[in-house]
Design a protein around this ligand. Structure first.
Ligand code: NOJ
Length: 470
């Protein structure tokens, strides 16, 4: 495949602070809600936590070496809020050691030709804010504290960082954290997650406003949000399943994307949720609407959508991987039916999700995460695990499909970040599920690159050497 990609195309890997850093109490860091949650018995599948993870707060030099050798031109990572402002709030102390640490890290990336793409919030809320006023549930306080934290990062790092992402996957933060209880802080119920989602949107939007009003002109960067959605393909052509697929996207993606790109919640969501869905004031919605310079999408797979069921969070839509003829849409892997054969489909269709918003804002899209957990990889010895042919197939399908989306469908994709450069702490799955292109022996911290690392390296190299062709 020799098709062209835009010359400003970002390619690389993504990680998140709690999943890789470890060093929970080093240099003044305070606990986040994920420290508390992972240390609560029964919350993490293998009983583990992120106390060490890939030890990247100390071994960051090794991470940068791996990235450089991989040919990545950018690296998406997140900053830990409770390192920068350990007690979290406005008026609380800013931690000079953490500022120094991330500052050196960012400069070292840049010296190595790797553009930093920074996520401000990848789920690790300072525990102090959760204890002080209920964290994301308290609109008046959290929005201001988040903006204060974001502003601190813009001030200290914005001369070097030109790509900011406010939140990673607000659906997971709100639904898994406040409806199913699978993620921190582990609340369950059918109302809180709508409030949290609303407050996340406001915090995002007011941080973007602060960036645009106070920093963008002098620093010249871009800022946006990363949403997540699997492509929802109708189970069959019946009108009710076609409608179910659309409704499923409204409940997963539209509940965030519509306010940001269109200025209101999707009608179907409003109709079904009624009074439990908070309302924006006129002033708030004027800040939320248009508050992303790009369309950031994490997308891993395609699911079939079928009318029915009573799962309100999904808009009363059922998902399956079994097609009407009884065959599977994708082969089963660790945590879901992610499969290399659906990668092409996922990409092209997922990019159309971005196109759905393109007439509203001239946004460009970025695939901010995409990756594959090989089933059973955690049970293999290192020499077998590094031969990850299924992951190679997946990435092959995906990068190929990405080019088609750009070249044939005219989708303005400007970035692709594979998840992840290293095996790491996979939230409620602990270390059982591995997504890395580099194998980590968690007992020794020894890193060994897998076949998928070599594969993606070749992909990026070919692109460089043929002047814009992948
Ligand atoms: C979603 C999240 O952003 C990331 O933290 C997680 O590890 C991967 N996708 C894989 O599940």
């Amino acid at each position: 495949m020799t098709a062209k990609l835009p010359s400003d195309f970002l390619w690389g890997y993504a990680t998140a602070s709690y999943q890789i850093e470890g060093s929970p109490d080093v240099q003044g860091r305070s606990p986040s809600i994920w420290d508390t949650f992972s240390h609560t018995p029964g919350k993490i599948k293998d009983g583990s936590n992120g106390d060490v993870a890939t030890d990247s707060y100390r071994r960051w030099g090794e991470d940068i070496a791996l990235l450089k050798l991989s040919g990545a031109n950018s690296y998406r990572f997140s900053i830990s809020w409770s390192r920068i402002i350990p007690q979290g709030g406005r008026g609380d102390l800013i931690n000079a050691d953490a500022i120094e640490h991330y500052g050196v890290f960012i400069e070292t990336l840049r010296k190595n030709g790797i553009k930093p793409v920074v996520t401000l919030y990848h789920w690790d809320l300072p525990q102090a804010l959760h204890d002080r006023y209920g964290g994301w549930l308290n609109k008046e306080e959290i929005v201001q504290d988040y903006v204060n934290y974001a502003r601190t990062c813009f001030r200290y790092f914005g001369d070097s960082v030109k790509d900011w992402i406010t939140h990673n996957e607000p659906w997971c933060i709100s639904v898994l954290g406040y409806a199913t209880g699978a993620f921190a802080p582990g609340h369950k119920g059918d109302t809180e997650h709508w409030i949290v989602a609303h407050n996340l949107l406001l915090a995002h939007a007011y941080a973007v406003k602060a960036y645009r009003d106070e920093f963008q002109a002098s620093q010249g960067g871009q800022i946006g949000i990363t949403l997540d959605c699997s492509w929802q393909m109708p189970y069959d052509d019946s009108p009710e399943n076609v409608a179910a697929a659309q409704r499923s996207i409204a409940f997963k993606l539209g509940r965030f994307a519509d306010p940001i790109y269109k200025g209101h919640y999707p009608k179907i969501v409003k109709d079904m949720i009624g009074d439990r869905l908070p309302e924006f004031t006129e002033e708030e919605i004027s800040v939320v609407k248009g508050s992303s310079d790009f369309f950031g999408l994490n997308t891993y797979t395609t699911q079939l959508a079928m009318e029915g069921g009573d799962n309100e969070i999904q808009g009363n839509v059922k998902n399956t991987f079994t097609k009407p003829d009884g065959t599977q849409l994708g082969k089963e892997c660790t945590s879901s039916h992610l499969d290399e054969h659906v990668a092409k489909l996922t990409t092209i269709l997922a990019q159309r999700m971005c196109l759905g918003y393109r007439h509203i804002l001239p946004v460009s899209a970025r695939v901010t995460e995409n990756g594959f957990p090989v089933k059973g990889e955690n049970t293999l010895e290192v020499d077998k695990a590094i031969n990850d042919t299924a992951r190679v197939d997946y990435f092959e399908g995906y990068t190929d499909a990405l080019l088609r989306a750009v070249n044939e469908d005219g989708v303005p994709v400007k970035g692709y970040f594979a998840w992840s450069i290293l095996d790491n702490f996979e939230w409620a799955d602990g270390y059982d599920t591995r997504f890395g292109v580099t194998y980590v022996d968690f007992a020794t911290q020894r890193r060994t690159t897998k076949s998928s690392y070599d594969f993606l390296k070749k992909v990026w190299k070919r692109r460089r050497h043929s002047g814009g062709a992948l």
